[in-house]
Design a protein around this ligand. Structure first.
Ligand SMILES: [Zn+2]
Ligand SMILES: [Zn+2]
Length: 753
């Protein structure tokens, strides 16, 4: 009888694909087999052409919930008679060609079983199924089968083994399958002692209630937790973690309890409940029902980072505790999240009173992802792409015909590569100025290369010679004797948003508005307030923020008051306002420096710093972009209550003089008139929107694409959409963050062009 061979690629492993095909084949009485290999799922069936094609169509129509298909082919392969239908053993000889499945938050079916006293997995903290549980974080090789995961060491009990082999069970071929009889076990570390097979979860809840700090191993690593309503506990956590100001994320028991404290839109709710289950930044309500230790958590910011339990363990703990906890990455501030148990004991016991470990090993650490939505237009802004998203990126319109490596940027390190035409983008790997993050970067790189075996033909790096990622890329190219290319930082940003929005083949002129803190420009200066033109597949810098003096290098980035000085010092009125921010000695030294500044800059991030320092005395950064966030918040408090429009722009009165001059003159006049500082902050934001409008107008460009860390500013994004959407086509990032996390993808796109 004729045999048809079907080959399906995409996210098809660790998602219950084989059992799904099996059931479908059985229900139609088809004979043949299905397997899982390094390059996807293969199926062979006895059928004529029409039946085989309709079988494939039905597969594609009914896919399991987590599956994503990027390609499916069908062809006749001779004659053979199959008896029945079976799932056959996976083999893995060819070069891997499939997408890795990200880690998936606990599904609703498992949640129900977890809380059902009659279920055999009642209150089992490691319940999973084919639709949920860890994947990327536990995989050691391909194809995704139990021996290629850290579940390998757990032998299934007879009941689990039956489930695993029974095509009618929802855990058929569930590689993470386990139960209380063949359990992943918890260990408790306290006072230098380890308790094996720890099961008393109420003990953890009691310790939270006593104000203890507890490190808990989750999917991507350890989180540091404590009662978010206990001021003293949160303060203690801050002190021990040496993190005085930067906001902490919270984990609430469920959506209902979040609604007690924060506003929750439909989109925000959907994002929280999604399989990625990230941290979502939410606007706080005026009246909080939970007695949050707000000052200790958020230092005056009005948005809080919130998530819901995405593992059964967190779900059990939080549903008993009934209140929000602090849930922040378990690391020494600035370093990579800790995921190894021994390291947790060595390093986290300085911070945590108790460490709750488990014996399911994590192969690759990942932080929680972070997302926000702008208030008015509900535009999604990714702030950190990590657990639940990495390491896949799917875009059928983007074809890579050779394997290339892009090494990314520095403060928000991420690398990306193509292999067999698939695109892989690593999780957020932190600031590779630190040794720890460098080690993690290399480890993650080696891990993915070992699994996917790309054959790189080229490497692309940032232009900045001193970035770890640049050195890493150059060294890799040298060792492998392949060419290495460079792309300027902000151009890579632009390529990133172009690639994500399928604009590379566009016949229209596209204006790239790339605004961020710092990036080395083609002329050796510090860029960051850039307008680029994309036309005939070329990128050209056509405008930029007027240059200002850049002094003191990193110190200027860390101290907004220095940006204020560098940008405003030649305006006498402002100089007087700024002067008290410095000691006499500082003032004299900096004045001298400004007479002969080493560099020029066009950084929009520094302009935000300067204005924030000038208007609200946000003079020092306790964490990245703090001054900008506080400026945004002040403006947002007023903006959303009023119908302000671009008539408030400082640019409207005169067509002479440059942007910066008009902006500063406008601010001076408003300060002199005693205008509400919040209104000046609104006007500053609106002036930037007007700056974009006027620049696009002058150049007669209708298509505007936005990238760079400044577009994490949700207020600015709302204003752009509100005031420019009528006349312009607007493109923002979708999957990737506008910040430097998106650079690696942009570098890849550049090389592919
Ligand atoms: Zn499940
Ligand atoms: Zn079992």
């Amino acid at each position: 009888m004729t045999v048809f061979h079907i080959h399906i690629q995409g996210i098809v492993q660790g998602v219950g694909f084989r059992p799904f095909v099996y059931k479908l084949a059985i229900s139609q009485g088809l004979n043949g087999w299905v397997n899982n290999t390094n390059d996807g799922v293969h199926i062979e069936i006895n059928a004529n052409k029409a039946t085989a094609e309709s079988f494939l169509q039905e597969i594609l129509d009914k896919l399991p919930p987590l599956a994503v298909v990027t390609s499916a082919t069908i062809k006749p392969v001779g004659d053979k008679d199959f008896k029945g239908f079976e799932i056959i053993q996976s083999e893995g000889k060819q070069k891997p060609n499939l997408l890795l499945t990200p880690d998936v938050a606990m599904c609703e079916d498992c949640r129900r079983e977890l809380h059902n006293p009659k279920d055999r997995r009642y209150r089992y903290p490691f319940i999973t199924c084919t639709n949920c549980g860890p994947r990327y974080s536990i995989i050691t090789a391909l194809p995704y089968d139990r021996p290629n995961t850290t579940m390998d060491k757990f032998k299934m009990c007879p009941v689990c083994w039956d489930e695993y082999n029974n095509p009618l069970e929802r855990r058929h071929f569930s590689q993470t399958n386990s139960c209380p009889d063949c359990a992943v076990e918890l260990q408790l570390y306290e006072n230098g002692k380890i308790t094996e097979n720890f099961t008393d979860l109420d003990y953890i809840v009691r310790q939270w209630n006593k104000g203890k700090i507890i490190a808990i191993k989750g999917i991507g690593g350890y989180l540091l937790t404590c009662d978010a309503t206990n001021k003293k506990a949160v303060q203690t956590l801050r002190e021990r973690k040496h993190r005085p100001v930067k906001p902490f994320a919270l984990m609430y028991p469920d959506l209902e309890s979040i609604r007690q404290d924060a506003h929750l839109s439909k989109k925000e709710e959907k994002e929280l409940k999604s399989i990625h289950s990230p941290i979502v930044l939410l606007a706080l309500k005026k009246h909080l029902e939970n007695q949050l230790a707000l000052n200790e958590i958020n230092s005056g910011l009005t948005r809080i980072g919130v998530m819901i339990p995405y593992t059964p363990l967190y779900d059990l703990l939080l549903s008993t505790f009934g209140k929000p906890i602090i849930a922040t990455s378990g690391n020494i501030t600035g370093s990579t999240i800790i995921y190894d148990d021994k390291k947790a004991i060595d390093e986290l016991s300085e911070i945590a009173d108790i460490i709750l470990m488990n014996n399911r090993d994590i192969v690759i650490p990942q932080d929680d992802g972070v997302v926000q939505f702008s208030k008015e237009s509900q535009q999604k802004i990714v702030l950190r792409r990590s657990r639940g998203k990495a390491p896949v990126y799917i875009n059928p319109n983007l074809k890579f015909d050779k394997d290339v490596l892009a090494t990314g940027s520095m403060l928000k390190s991420v690398f990306g590569f193509s292999s067999n035409g698939n695109v892989y983008i690593s999780q957020f790997l932190g600031n590779t100025e630190t040794y720890d993050a460098q080690v993690n970067y290399e480890k993650t790189f080696e891990h993915l290369i070992n699994i996917l075996k790309p054959e790189f033909k080229a490497v692309v790096t940032d232009k900045h010679p001193d970035y770890f990622a640049t050195r890493f890329g150059k060294e890799f190219a040298r060792k492998n004797n392949i060419p290495v290319y460079e792309i300027q930082h902000h151009k890579a940003h632009f390529y990133s948003v172009l690639g994500e929005n399928d604009l590379l083949q566009s016949n229209e002129k596209i204006l790239g508005i790339v605004w961020d803190g710092t990036g080395l420009g083609d002329d050796g200066n510090i860029w960051g307030g850039e307008f680029f033109l994309y036309e005939n597949k070329q990128i050209k810098r056509i405008a930029h923020l007027p240059e200002f003096d850049f002094i003191l290098a990193d110190k200027m980035v860390k101290e907004p008051r220095i940006s204020a000085l560098a940008i405003f010092h030649s305006y006498k009125e402002l100089s007087e306002i700024i002067k008290p921010k410095f000691s006499k000695t500082e003032w004299n030294i900096y004045q001298k420096l400004l007479q002969n500044p080493p560099l020029k800059s066009t950084s929009m991030g520094r302009l935000f710093d300067a204005v924030s320092s000038l208007l609200f005395d946000n003079d020092l950064h306790h964490f990245e972009a703090e001054a900008s966030m506080r400026l945004e918040q002040k403006a947002a408090e007023l903006y959303y209550k009023n119908n302000f429009d671009l008539s408030l722009s400082y640019l409207k009165y005169s067509s002479r003089d440059n942007f910066l001059y008009k902006l500063i003159k406008g601010i001076i006049s408003d300060i002199n008139n005693g205008l509400d500082r919040k209104l000046i902050a609104v006007k500053f934001h609106l002036t930037l929107v007007d700056y974009i409008r006027q620049t696009a107008g002058k150049l007669q460009i209708k298509h505007l694409a936005f990238s760079g860390g400044v577009f994490q500013n949700a207020l600015l994004v709302d204003m752009i959409i509100q005031h420019l959407k009528e006349k312009y086509f607007l493109y923002f990032h979708k999957e990737f963050s506008p910040n430097d996390e998106g650079i690696a993808f942009g570098q890849m796109v550049f090389l592919n062009e």
